[in-house]
Every structure is written in structure tokens, then in C-alpha cells.
Design a protein around this ligand. Sequence first.
Ligand code: PLP
Length: 450
Amino acid sequence: MTLANSLAALDAAHQLHPFTDARALEEKGPIIIEKGDGVRVWDSTGKEYLEGMSGLWSVALGFGEERLVKAAHEQLQKLPYYHTFSAKSHEPSIRLAEKIAEMAPEGLNHVFFTNSGSEANDTVVKLVWYMNNALGRPQKKKFLARKNAYHGITMASGSLTGIEADHTDFDLPILPVIHLTTPHFYRFGAEGETEAQFTARLLKEIEDTIAREGADTIAAFIGEPVMGAGGVLVPPAGYWPGVAEICRKNDILLIADEVINGFGRLGTTFGCQRMGFTPDIMSVSKQLTSSYMPLAAVVFSDAVYNAVADNSHRLGGFAHGFTASGHPVATAVGLENLKIIEERGLVAHAAELEPMFQKGLRDMLEFPIVGEARGVGLIGAIDLVADKATKRKFSKPGQVGQIANGFAHEEGLILRAIGDTLALCPPMISTEAEVAEMLRRMRVAVERTV
Ligand code: PLP
């Protein structure tokens, strides 16, 4: 039990936490993070942790980037708020939209700002539906997504999400979404199937689904190039180019959810570039501001823009937006953040660290309980199994959480447990020595479980 009137007790009394067992929190209290610097954070007892998850896969520049503080401070003094409704605008939002368009794959020149990744994906749904209504094909509304995908938790983005636990008791999905097989060979490959056969089976599943439903009813296919919150699931070779080809053939928009992958995480500016496809629409967030300010964006092609712009003209306005769309402080911080990522060559840095980081994870395959190690760039994971040969799932429920929240914390490392997976996603500014130390602490935490 926590002490009366302590911060922990007040927290339990008044705050309901996302993705947290509220009763367990009342009992044990939260870990209160007090300050951060570089790749480290400290809790209220003074304990230091290496932040192996970049917060929520997002704090690219670590926790003490003075230039972001300065950018926020200056913008707060000059113009702390203005909106972007009704043909009003302001320089930070304009400059950041231009910067994102410059960095984005060829042809993606248009940006709509939101506050969160969930709102970005809700905006994607509305944008696509608005476009198809405008183009006189109101029946073309269904989304193809994947099981275990994470696209957010609002009613629309939560419907796109394919993680069952995120639907339970929320009456989701509410959209016409078809969740297809997760492109993760280790877990979903059939007995005796090769990786190439697995890829072919998944592509056939998409084609069969389109044939069954009718291409004229399917608006878009959405996916994270590499799935993050579903457990860092790396698709098999050929999967994304195959998906892109099927979408093109069937006039189905292809949407890359780059909320985790975007701005360098996979060692390329966007995940779609690493996975070999060009989307029509991307959603971005997280590393856009290193999470110093809440901000996300939908980035889209000229074709999508033109259909939407024409319809907004016909209707007298695009009736969608948020009070804080393009918030000046958030966009000023985003612009400075992207400049720093470029100036310091952090995308190339992630690519340079990839071999040692991924090898460090794969070296853990020597433990009897590690069934798979995987990842791309500076994102990776290991899967714990009760039996390597049969890939039988780790037997005791909650045990992986115990490694992340127990042993890893004791070793001074923040990791993420996702089912039987342990994920690691170091800040993009991490040095090789810091990444090596994160891996060492992770090994110790796993070893203590063996
Ligand atoms: N899309 C992906 C791929 C994500 O990982 C997340 C969040 O983790 C979201 C969307 C939702 O973003 P937010 O939590 O900002 O609503």
C-alpha cells in the first residue's frame, strides 16, 4: 500500500491510467518518473533507468534537448496559440508542413495536423471516405488492416487496430474493417511452410478478400511497415511490394502508419522506404516532435488532396479539424526536432547502429527461453517461449511483465512487455556504448528468468 497523501496515493485516488490495471496500481502505486536527461530518466526515489523504450517509442532526441526547450519557449512568447481554421495560418505550421513534404516520399506533398496518432488515423478514415463520396463511389468504404496492428484507440483508429484486447468491452470495431493475417512468419507461418510460401499465402488472402468483397467496396489497406505495439513484427521479404501491387491493381489506397517507424526508426527516413513501397497516405507522430509536444500529421498525395480540395470547394469548407491542429508551439518544436535529426544525421546513425543492436538481440537466442529475436534499425524484440522446438508460449501469465517491470527495472532498464515479447527501442541519440549497456541489462534480466 502507498502512503496517505503521497503522490502515489493521490495518483491512485484521482488518475485512471491508460493500459494499466487500476486495482493493481491502487495496491502498488505507480513508478513516478521525475526527470530525464539524454537516454536516462530518474524516478522519485532517485533510481536511474536507461530508457530502452524511448518513452513510448518516441523520444528520438532523448530527454534533455535544450534546442527543443528553446523553440517552445520562444514560440510561447511570440504566439502561444493560434488556430488554423477558416483560412487562418501561422508560420510554424507552414514551415513544418513544408519540411514534412520535403522529407516525405515523392508525391506526398500535403499535410493535415492533428494532436495524436489516433486522431491522425481517424482523419485518414474521414479523408478517404470524404474523397470517395466526392468521387461518386459512396460504397467504397471498407478498410483492410491486419490482426495485431496498432493504429490507436479512438473509435475509428481503434477499429483499425487489430489487437483483440484493445477491443474488448469497448464494442469495437465499429467501422467496416477486415483484419487479415499478421505478417509474422515465426508465429503465423504454417507447419512446413517456407517464408516465401507464407508471403504468397498472405498476398493471396488479400486478393481473395478483395475478390469476395468487391474492389469497389474497399477504400484502403492500412499497415505499419514494421508493426510496433503488436510486438515489433517484421514482415517477410516481398510482403509490402506485393501488397502495394495488389492495391494499385484494384484502385485501393495504400496507407502507411508511420507513427512509430517514421523519421528514422528503421534506418531510413520512413519505414515504407525500408520496406520497399510508396503509400498514398502516411500518418506520422511520435518522433515528429520527439514527444516534447503532442503532434501528429496525415501526409497525402496530390490525387487525394485534389479530390478533397474540390469537394471542400463544392461544400464551402473541409468540415474537419481540431482546436489545436497545427498548434504553433507543437509545430515549432516539430520543425526544430526534424532539423536536429537531419543535422546530426540520426537516420544514418540508426542504420549504423543496426548491426550491433540486432546482433545483441539475436545473441540472446542462446537462452533456452528465447524463441525468436527480430527487428530492423533501432527497434527490436525477443519472444519468450516455454519450449523452443514447439514454440509453445511462455507458460506463466504475467511472467514477461515480471521481467520488464521487475528484473529489468531492478537492473535500471526500461523495456516493454507485449504478451510474450520483450521490446527494445533506444532513443535515436543513443551512443553505441549506451545501446550495448541496454542490451547487457536486458540479457541480465532475461538470465535471471532462465
Ligand atoms: N499508430 C501507431 C503505429 C502507433 O504505434 C500509435 C501509438 O502507439 C498510434 C497510431 C496512436 O497514436 P497516439 O497514441 O498518439 O494516439
